[in-house]
Design a protein around this ligand. Structure first.
Ligand code: SF4
Length: 62
């Protein structure tokens, strides 16, 4: 199974940076980001969102 991104809603501040970076994968739902399509972008694009998250709320799950 491919690795998929995971958002820790306890850490997410809803800053929307990941949504702006990869809108095909991340959307804001309520006050936090959620994954709408874990395979909606390349690993490199998702990694960019992971690297840019200011509170390190996004991680890979195997
Ligand atoms: S970049 Fe991080 S803190 Fe901002 S909305 Fe995405 S997961 Fe939440």
């Amino acid at each position: 199974m491919p690795r998929v991104p995971f958002v820790d809603s306890d850490l997410c501040t809803g800053c929307e940076l990941c949504v702006e970076t990869v809108p095909s994968v991340f959307q804001i739902e309520g006050d936090v980001a959620t994954i709408i399509d874990p395979e909606g972008a390349s690993d490199d694009e998702i990694q960019e969102a992971i690297d840019n998250c200011p509170v390190e709320a996004i991680s890979w799950q195997e």
